[in-house]
Design a protein around this ligand. Structure first.
Ligand SMILES: [Zn+2]
Length: 414
């Protein structure tokens, strides 16, 4: 049961998997080759042992990433050409009407379950072996399990209604079902952005307002200078899971909250936090967030338009190992196969993202101190054991942020 599309899909999967493995190998070799010398830009600020730790951490993650790549490709093959989706569909059809919503929902949930069952041990290994070995893990087994249960329940509560709605529209909305699904998707995404900070995040973390002290004063002055409206500055207890630090915004309009990880607040001095926040503000002020949302909406339109064209074609199902066409099977096949075709767009999206990082840095330099941003970044590279010497091709392909040395050099240029 193969056709020309089977071979196009296999070729895309092989090319994408081969490229992923080749890039991983390049990254491992490059980082190892530069393990014994701190690059000149950081010679005065990063000690050799920290540089070597970063190299070992990067290599450990990349080596485990190889397993991830191979298992991911094998699972995609098993579900599609290996006939697992068809087998699950047949099994479900023993009890449920194969044309019904219940059968479709069951099929998609089963595919998610298979993927989760494979990724769970890998995620546990990453947390309790790799992150643990390099001193970043703060997660207990108990918290890992509690998180897993909460994520699953929240995912089901929010995901199943969407799934059923989409399947219902596919069944009943006629030729332009994909247009209605797109509208539902846009509305759903907007709803999620509103309820996520207010209802979902607090299930996993505690937020305490920062209202006093030098940090609050500096952030207040920065917000006034840049005309940024927010509903407050909060600290989040990220340290209960990991010692990696971060800062972000949540919410819409004047209800935006600024959230700092406690790990960030404890490591950076107030002027450094201010510079990091000025960078994040830059993303807002330069409309990066709004452009990103517009891009996602546009891409999801294109994706659904394509799905709308292939969904009634026999070659699409037969080519991907499914003998009995159906809406749920189409969704599963489409979202498994699509990433393999889109993989080679990665360098473009990464390039776009890196250019926005440079723009946000330029904004930060204008509204805060460049030297403080440099100090903050160096501390973050150091603390997070981020490699200072990535393979240039690996970095060009995947990295959303510019390589450390390039970024610092740009910040030091007046
Ligand atoms: Zn940024």
């Amino acid at each position: 049961m193969t056709n020309a599309f089977t071979w196009i899909f296999v070729a895309a999967l092989a090319a994408a998997t081969g490229t992923r493995l080749w890039l991983a190998r390049r990254q491992i070799r490059h980082v190892r080759a530069h393990r014994d010398a701190v690059p000149p830009t950081f010679a005065a600020t990063i000690p050799l042992d920290a540089h070597q730790k970063a190299a070992d951490y990067t290599v450990a993650k990349a080596r485990f990433g190889v397993l991830d790549i191979v298992v991911g490709a094998a699972l995609t093959l098993l579900l599609t050409l290996g006939g697992l989706i068809q087998a699950i569909s047949d099994l479900g059809a023993r009890w449920l009407d194969p044309a019904g919503l219940l059968h479709g929902t069951m099929l998609l949930l089963a595919v998610f379950l298979v993927q989760a069952a494979v990724s769970l041990p890998m995620s546990a290994y990453r947390t309790f072996v790799i992150e643990q070995r390099f001193g970043f893990n703060r997660m207990t087994v108990r918290l890992f399990v509690v998180d897993l249960v909460k994520h699953t329940l929240v995912g089901l509560a929010l995901g199943v209604p969407l799934l059923v709605t989409v399947l219902w529209l596919m069944e009943r909305a006629g030729e332009y079902w994909w247009l209605y699904v797109w509208l539902v998707w846009v509305g759903y995404s907007a709803l999620m952005m509103m309820i996520y900070p207010a209802f979902i995040l607090p299930l996993f973390n505690k937020f305490s307002p920062i209202t006093e002290g030098e940090l609050a004063a500096r952030v207040g002055a920065l917000l006034a200078r840049t005309g940024f409206k927010s509903s407050g500055l909060y600290m989040m207890d990220g340290s209960k899971r990991s010692s990696h630090g971060n800062a972000f915004f949540t919410g819409f309009g004047a209800a935006k909250r600024i959230v700092l990880f406690d790990t960030l607040v404890s490591r950076l001095r107030p002027p450094e936090v201010e510079a990091v926040l000025a960078h994040e503000l830059g993303h807002y002020k330069l409309h990066h967030i709004a452009k990103g949302m517009a891009l996602t909406i546009g891409v999801s339109f294109a994706v659904l338009l394509i799905l709308g064209q292939v969904i009634d074609k026999g070659w699409f199902y037969q080519g991907l190992g499914v003998a009995t066409p159906g809406n749920a099977a189409a969704l599963a096949l489409f979202f498994l196969a699509m990433p393999e075709f889109l993989f080679f767009l990665h360098p473009l999206t990464s390039l776009y993202s890196r250019s926005r990082e440079f723009e946000a840095d330029a904004y930060a330099v204008h509204h805060a101190e460049a030297a403080e941003l440099v100090k903050a970044l160096v501390k973050l590279y150091h603390d997070n054991a981020a490699t200072l010497t990535p393979d240039p091709l690996h970095s060009a392909f995947y990295d959303s942020h510019p390589p450390a040395a390039t970024r610092i050099a740009r910040l030091r240029t007046p």
